[in-house]
Design a protein around this ligand. Structure first.
Ligand code: CA
Length: 235
């Protein structure tokens, strides 16, 4: 088995928490690199081949928010955010930045281990599912390299736009509700996020050059959600 699938980067400035979490993860046979600030976190992330990041929100030097943003720009690696604050705002910030899950302090290390395991399982399942290339006429979605080309032009898509396109494009004609898309694309379920799917669709349409009144790829199913054009012939 590839060893990197069990490598975890743990970023936490509170020594007691860092050591407790590290001990639990090591006991479960994960290989852990523990660092205490955001700067070290980014340096380690750039160096190592990690499978998952456990990231504290409030960190010295570079904040957890910033670390999360920088990592998300280049990677889909699962991130679990640790936050001392339990307010809904903080949860939204973490999840909007692209964290996959969050835990509010104080949390039980056992709970963290369970979340780590679940996220890694999901990431592996997605990898299997997404290890392919989808082609429709002049639209090419290369999943491993995360590249999308339309009419011969490479498109600059965000992580969410890419996931949305892959989710819909894998099953042309299948209708997805907004909440299903929230779950698949953003990885969590929260009513308030359903409208963010609309804005991702809008941006994706504009990048694909798809006219919402006469779409070729992304169809609105009124009162329900979205589907990929079932006329699209998959190659
Ligand atoms: Ca902290």
């Amino acid at each position: 088995m590839d060893k990197s699938i069990r490598r975890i980067l743990l970023v936490e400035d509170e020594k007691a928490i860092r050591e407790a979490v590290e001990a639990y993860l090591v006991r479960e046979d994960y290989s852990v690199t523990a660092v205490a600030d955001g700067q070290q976190a980014l340096a380690e992330f750039a160096e190592g081949d990690y499978a998952l990041i456990v990231l504290d929100l409030m960190l010295p030097k570079i904040s957890g928010e910033k670390v999360c943003q920088v990592v998300r720009d280049v990677s889909d690696i699962p991130i679990i955010m640790l936050t001392a604050k339990g307010g809904i705002e903080d949860r939204i910030v973490g999840l909007e930045l692209g964290a996959d899950d969050y835990l509010i302090k104080p949390f039980s290390p056992r709970e963290l281990v369970a979340r780590v395991r679940a996220l890694l399982r999901r990431a592996r399942a997605e990898e299997k599912l997404y290890g392919e290339r989808i082609e429709f006429d002049d639209l090419i979605i290369d999943i491993p390299s995360r590249q999308v080309a339309a009419k011969g032009q490479l498109l600059d898509l965000t992580t969410s736009e890419f996931k949305l396109l892959v989710t819909l494009g894998r099953y042309p004609g299948q209708v997805y509700t907004r909440s299903e898309l929230v779950e698949k694309v953003l990885g969590y379920d929260f009513e308030g996020y359903e409208r963010t799917i609309d804005s991702h669709v809008k941006n994706l349409r504009s990048k694909l050059g798809d006219d919402p009144r006469n779409p070729r790829w992304l169809f609105t199913v009124h009162g329900v959600g979205y589907r990929f054009g079932d006329q699209a012939e998959r190659r």
